[in-house]
Design a protein around this ligand. Structure first.
Ligand code: SF4
Length: 384
């Protein structure tokens, strides 16, 4: 499949803006929500990824960082003054949203504190076992792979979730990011209950295999004590179509059961749990319509502060099987023509953007504070 031409791209953009104008004219009650969605999307207008550390204190099955490339071999020992200078230059070129990624950023907190002086919005991906300094003012996405200790030890080599819950109970910066897999779908209700009891928000990511992991499975590679400890062709975290169906039901129920805790929405859940690839792929099998793609090298930096040549923040993942939250949510920034085909579909897209704002923006911006209570009431009365 070839990339869309610029003329077809601008034709689609024109169609889209005309359809939105038409919808808003017919449904003026949706104008405030559309404005809110635009404000949310604007916060992400100039994103950049920064690998903060080359070390981690865990070894997780099929790790996206250590199994997915060799940037961990880079010498990341630049002095703090270099990081401070680097972040100030990044802020000068207008980065609005900084993603602080692996290996484990909590092992480099002085760098995070340096970044905090420069970027309006930030998201830190951490395993949650090392508490982050209270002065780091960004969203903390704590990776959760399992709700019970046995599965956690199997998947990550340690009991991680309980420790992370203890570290982040009641911390409004934190959101538990549960990577649900075929092996852990049934643990969702327990994880949601524990997050609710500990006063910490929860969202979901769907397990997506890396090429290295898929190759090991295909070659029947021997297990080791690092990143490939138990999987084989009959027993792996990957999803069958039936698993996806079950996942959709269980995640959907958790949104209903814990609305204050679970930051997820039915529209996104329906989309991600459909069988088959979630993106259009080019001849190399790379997603052409994934918004997480690093097209501009100035958007991704490895630990030596040099631009990284990667396709996205999780470069070894097979795009044809990718259901990662990063690509999934960011690819919803712009509505599709289907999203603007009628009032109901458009409200679904607006719900998705509200949820995206709730997951990634900390502190919660003013435009999302009173979120939907008032506007949903207005929408309901417009339907009467
Ligand atoms: S986030 Fe996008 S580019 Fe990266 S693996 Fe997933 S689909 Fe491919």
């Amino acid at each position: 499949m070839s990339l869309p031409s610029s003329s077809s791209h601008s034709h689609n953009a024109r169609q889209l803006s005309q359809a939105i104008l038409r919808l808003l004219k017919q449904n003026p009650d949706l104008k405030p929500r559309y404005q809110r969605a635009k404000d949310t999307v604007r916060a992400f207008r100039n994103p950049a990824f920064y690998e903060m550390e080359t070390r981690c204190n865990l070894k997780c099955e099929g790790c996206y960082y250590f199994e997915g490339g060799d940037t961990w071999k880079i010498n990341g020992n630049r002095p703090l003054s270099d990081w401070q200078h680097f972040f100030s230059q990044e802020a000068e070129r207008g980065v609005t949203m900084a993603y602080f990624v692996g290996a484990e950023p909590a092992l480099a907190q002085e760098r995070l504190l340096a970044a905090a002086e420069h970027f309006p919005w930030g998201n830190i991906g951490t395993n949650g076992t090392i508490p982050l300094d209270k002065d780091i003012p960004y969203r903390i996405g704590v990776s959760v792979w399992a709700g019970d200790d046995n599965s956690d030890r199997l998947l990550r080599g340690a009991s991680v979730f309980r420790k992370a819950l203890g570290n982040y109970a009641g911390d409004s910066r934190a959101i538990m990011l549960f990577t649900v897999s075929s092996q852990t779908i049934n643990q969702v209700p327990e994880v949601a209950r524990l997050c609710y009891e500990h006063g910490v928000e929860l969202t979901y990511n769907l397990y997506s295999p890396t090429h290295s992991y898929l190759n090991k499975l295909a070659r029947h590679q021997q297990h080791d004590d690092k990143f490939f400890r138990f999987s084989d062709l009959t027993h792996s975290p990957m999803f069958s179509d039936d698993d996806l169906h079950r996942t959709r039901e269980i995640l959907g129920a958790s949104i209903e059961d814990y609305p204050e805790t679970v930051a997820y929405c039915q529209e996104y859940n329906d989309l991600m749990c459909q069988p088959g690839p979630r993106y259009q792929l080019d001849d190399q099998g790379i997603a052409i319509n994934c918004h997480s793609r690093v097209i501009d090298p100035m958007k991704y930096y490895t630990c030596d502060l040099e631009p990284g040549q990667v396709k996205c923040g999780t470069p070894d993942i097979d795009c044809s099987q990718c259901r990662m939250y990063s690509g999934g949510w960011s690819s919803r920034f712009t509505p599709s023509l289907q999203d603007v085909s009628c009032r109901e579909a458009f409200i679904g897209w607006l719900n998705t953007i509200d949820t995206l704002g709730r997951i990634f923006l900390y502190p919660r911006p003013a435009w999302l504070q009173q979120e939907s209570a008032t506007s949903r009431a207005a929408e309901a009365s417009a339907l009467e």
